[in-house]
Design a protein. Sequence first.
Lengths: 84, 183
Amino acid sequence: MKVTIKSWTGVATWRWVANDDNCGICRMPFDSCCPDCKLPGDDCPLVWGTCSHCFHIHCIVKWLHSQPQQQCPMCRQDWKFNNK
Amino acid sequence: MIKLFSLKQQKKDEEGSARAGGSQKKASAAQLRITKDLNELNLPKTCNTEFPDPDDLLNFKLIICPDEGFYRGGRFIFSFKVGPNYPHEPPKVKCETAVYHPNIDLEGNVCLNILREDWKPVLTVNSIVYGLQYLFLEPNPEDPLNKEAADELQSNRRLFEQHVQRANARGYVGSSYFERCLK
């Protein structure tokens, strides 16, 4: 039997590769967005600290802004963005 | 055909306004987070929660009935007020039961590190529950709100214990009066 493909549609999925399922600050899944955003994806990205802990960028930035000392809310080590 | 289009448009408008109405009721970040906290709440058998308004998860009470230590047999009520900045700010927790305790003053202010300087947003209501329960098992005289009670706990443990029992059963310790809070 001969089959002729007339058209095809590609489908792709994506997910963040993080060491945890949920953001420790807002507790929303990493594959969802922070509570202040509407859509997951590049507009609500994840960031890692050098301590290896990971959060929604909006959650961790909000926390760091409210603190005199920049510490990871998970382990209290000095927070530095890991630009790997 | 024109009528059909206008019907469609009308329906769209209705949907739009319904969505706008719905978004007013959309849960705030604090509400979303407290809902998760409460769903995952794993209370020790000495603790219970009460919701005076079941639709308001931001204001509730925690009742602790210690089963060991100085405060065994007592029943202590704490009010939790979760603000719009939760979890970036801790809930406001007050003790509504008058208690003779080094870390709780007579206005009900509670001195617990994770409710103040050591709060971080990865902590949950559960962490606070365990922190409060720990205060009853191990009162900490190093960091007192009720200095009289703290000094007494350090200098004369037996007298402190007697005073706690007297306060719990209803009575005066020094010039402060305590209502009965035994179960």
